[in-house]
Write a protein that binds this ligand. Structure first.
Ligand code: F3S
Length: 401
């Protein structure tokens, strides 16, 4: 691979052992993908997970003196103060989150603890080359913003943040950004939660870059967030097109780069119902709690829930996961006061796939997000999956009809 003088200096250790290791790994990744050169990035997002391997690497890099050249935003772990007050975390879990915080702080990361930075805190411009890890983030920055990122892992995104470069391959190149699967959506797309279920149709869509037709003209950012998150729960997608809507697809022909699709798939109401039946706990049944915000909810969604609750006390606790900046705005706008006294808690910095939820083991919750239901299964927590209105109604009554 051709390297610039700065890249050679990184590789030879001029900027320390940490940067040297990061560059070595990145060059190896680039060579394995046939990259000819490394190119600079201007932003990045690291999907830290606050789990053993993640912490091991972060602390190793701190020990080797690494420091981020490009300051990455980071994924949620769990909110130390909220769960300390709740008394639901063990000393070991608490200590691990503290170590994660300390390691990423030392690396120079922006401790945003939010998995939807592409919506409001780390938003790339069209064509900007970046390194985004996190399932909903990579497809969003590529498809919606027209920025360029490969589907980085938390570790490769961290290395890119440290060196300031990524190997140029995959979605960084024009020829790899075209669609190859035509997905005709015949299903009724009536709310943002339907995009969760559409994203869960990965098995039927198959591997490649989908070009979705048949979707409504106006699609909310929350729906697009849901689509990307679930495409990478049911499959592996870093890019898609919606002709007439996403920036690189003014029409179907352009979306396919003038070629014919390799596959044509139709998604019907029956497909969506089948997927939902497969992934949700059966109903009717009582529920123990409600959880939203996987990926993290926006202020709009907090406001929507507050309006629906409309001053009524919830029958079961509700947790709404989001970023600290959304919590701050919810407090400032009075939305928080329309939720908290009624049993709907806005929790910042937190992911459902964290040990802070151990106390829900054996319980059945309700959520609108298949991804929220997917990870906590390994902790013995299961979910009914329904649209947001049904979930809110269930939280008010304590049961799903
Ligand atoms: Fe975000 Fe965690 Fe869900 S990172 S998408 S809240 S699994």
């Amino acid at each position: 691979m051709e390297l610039t003088q700065d890249q050679k200096d990184l590789l030879e250790g001029k900027y320390g052992q940490g940067a040297q290791l990061a560059m070595k790994v990145q060059v190896a990744i680039g060579e394995s993908f046939g990259a000819k050169r490394m190119v600079p990035i201007t932003r990045s997002h690291v999907a830290l997970s606050n789990q053993d391997a993640d912490l091991w690497l972060a602390e190793k890099m701190v020990g080797l003196g690494a420091k981020c050249r490009v300051r990455p935003t980071v994924n949620p772990g769990f909110c130390l103060s909220y769960f300390k007050a709740l008394g639901t975390v063990t000393d070991d879990d608490y200590a691990m989150m503290e170590r994660t915080d300390k390691a990423y702080r030392a690396l120079g990361a922006e401790l945003s603890y939010n998995c939807t930075p592409y919506i409001d805190t780390n938003v790339p411009l069209f064509g900007e080359i970046c390194a985004f890890s996190e399932s909903s983030a990579t497809p969003f920055v590529n498809a919606i913003w027209g920025a360029r990122s490969n589907r980085e892992g938390a570790n490769s995104a961290l290395f890119a943040s440290i060196t300031g470069y990524v190997p140029e391959y995959g979605l960084l190149l024009d020829e790899n950004r075209y669609g190859n699967i035509l997905v005709n959506v015949e299903a009724d797309m009536t709310c943002d939660a339907d995009y969760h279920i559409l994203g869960m149709c990965g098995k039927k869509i198959g591997h490649g870059i989908p070009v979705f037709t048949g979707l409504p003209k106006n699609i909310s950012k929350e729906a697009l967030r849901n689509l990307g998150a679930e495409l990478n729960t049911s499959g592996c997608y870093d890019m898609y097109h919606i002709p007439g809507f996403t920036p690189e697809a003014p029409d179907v022909k352009t979306a396919f780069g003038g070629k014919d699709p390799e596959r044509v798939v139709t998604i019907t109401n029956e497909d969506m119902a089948e997927v939902l039946e497969e992934i949700s706990v059966d109903t009717p049944r009582p529920i123990d709690f409600a959880m939203f915000g996987c990926p993290h909810f926006t202020l709009n969604e907090c406001q929507y829930i507050a309006k629906k609750i409309d001053g009524r006390k919830l029958a079961v606790p509700m947790w709404i996961l989001t970023g600290e900046h959304v919590l701050a705005m919810a407090k400032r706008t009075g939305i928080y006061d329309q939720l908290e006294p009624y049993g709907a808690h806005i929790v910042p910095d937190t992911c459902p796939d964290q040990p802070c939820w151990h106390f829900l083991k054996g319980k059945i919750g309700i959520t609108e997000s298949p991804k929220c239901a997917y990870y906590p299964q390994r902790r013995g927590i299961h979910f009914v999956i329904r649209n947001l209105d049904t979930c809110i109604e269930a939280a008010l009554t304590g049961e799903v009809k």
